[in-house]
Design a protein around this ligand. Structure first.
Ligand code: NAP
Length: 282
């Protein structure tokens, strides 16, 4: 039995269906089984990672756990949750993030710091572990969907920022291989899509997928920062996002071949991701 956490999210939902396709017994953790809309054949169990005692029912009889830690910064429940998982399971595959390094400190609002902290909790836990360290998700560009549906344009910053975005299906495929195969213990896999595309090229790919062109309208960094803060984002986080985009305009993200090395199939191009999600943008 494999327990998938984050099972209603981008990666977890894919992981659940690919495990089912592989003929594996799957249990899914969710805070609300009634609204989880999981496929037939999956046992949905209520549990909250922020309340480690609530995980026992989901963990009972489980051999491996696919762990998504959804909160921005890991709080003290993380140590108790990892200990709980180690008390029941033999193996964990943890969805971390590209850019994590072992010495990165936990800090408020730091996503990478949170993942580094979780990795440090997992390494000595006694579990056989594998870390998936994906770069940016193609699914992040769903944030443009409302603008595209409403105006046919994307207004955002640093259109030349170039990313090697990854399809959630590929992250899940690597997860399924590591959960059901052998020889992945102690590995930290850096996962990206197969090519680097600028944001302007990503928007053009969405236009192709929906059959009508989508315009790129460049925002100044200051306007974008004000917009994010206006939406309730803490100023340092908004600043971090804008400067990361400036950096990716100066120095495009690199591409890894890990998806193909682990799964035997090349990573999925962004154009294919856009076609898979065309209805979200229509
Ligand atoms: N976006 C990126 O570019 C990127 C890049 C690298 C790494 N990552 C990492 O990927 C992870 C997010 O993956 P995703 O996009 O697949 O997730 P997602 O679509 O944001 O979904 C979040 C999932 O977490 C579950 N969840 C939320 N709070 C929970 C709680 N307290 N207890 C138990 N489950 C909870 C939700 O399930 P219910 O609502 O059903 O409980 C949902 O299934 C994050 O750790 C992020 O840092 C993201």
């Amino acid at each position: 039995m494999i327990l998938v956490t984050g099972a209603t999210g981008n990666v977890g939902r894919q992981t659940v269906s690919q495990l089912l396709d592989a003929g594996t017994d799957v249990r899914a953790l969710t805070r609300d089984p009634a609204s989880a809309a999981l496929p037939e054949g999956v046992e949905a169990v209520r549990g909250d990672l922020a309340d480690p005692a609530s995980l026992d029912a989901a963990l009972d009889g489980v051999e491996s756990v696919f762990l998504v830690w959804p909160t921005l910064s890991a709080d003290d429940s993380a140590a108790a949750a990892v200990a709980r998982i180690a008390a029941y399971a033999r193996r964990v595959v943890y969805v971390s993030a590209r850019g994590v390094s072992d010495d990165l400190e936990r800090a408020p609002g730091s996503i990478l710091g949170s993942h580094a902290y979780l990795e440090r909790l997992i390494r000595p836990s006694g579990l056989e572990w594998t870390f998936l360290r994906p770069g940016g998700f193609a699914a992040n560009t769903l944030m443009w969907a409302a603008q595209i549906r409403g105006t046919g344009a994307v207004r955002w910053v640093h259109g030349t920022a170039a990313r090697s975005l990854i399809h959630e299906r590929d992250i899940a495929a690597v997860g399924v291989r590591t959960l059901t195969g052998t020889g992945h213990g102690g590995a930290a896999y850096e996962l990206t899509g197969p090519q680097t595309l600028t944001q302007i090229e990503q928007v053009a790919a969405i236009g192709e997928a929906i059959g009508r062109p989508v315009r790129w309208e460049e925002l100044s960094p200051e306007t974008a920062r004000q917009q994010l803060v206006g939406q309730g984002m803490p100023a340092p986080m908004a600043e971090g996002i804008i400067s990361a985009h400036a950096q990716m305009a100066a120095l495009p993200e690199t591409v890894t071949s890990t998806v193909e090395e682990v799964t035997g199939a090349p990573a999925t191009p962004y154009h294919r991701w856009a076609a898979d999600h065309a209805d979200d943008f229509r």
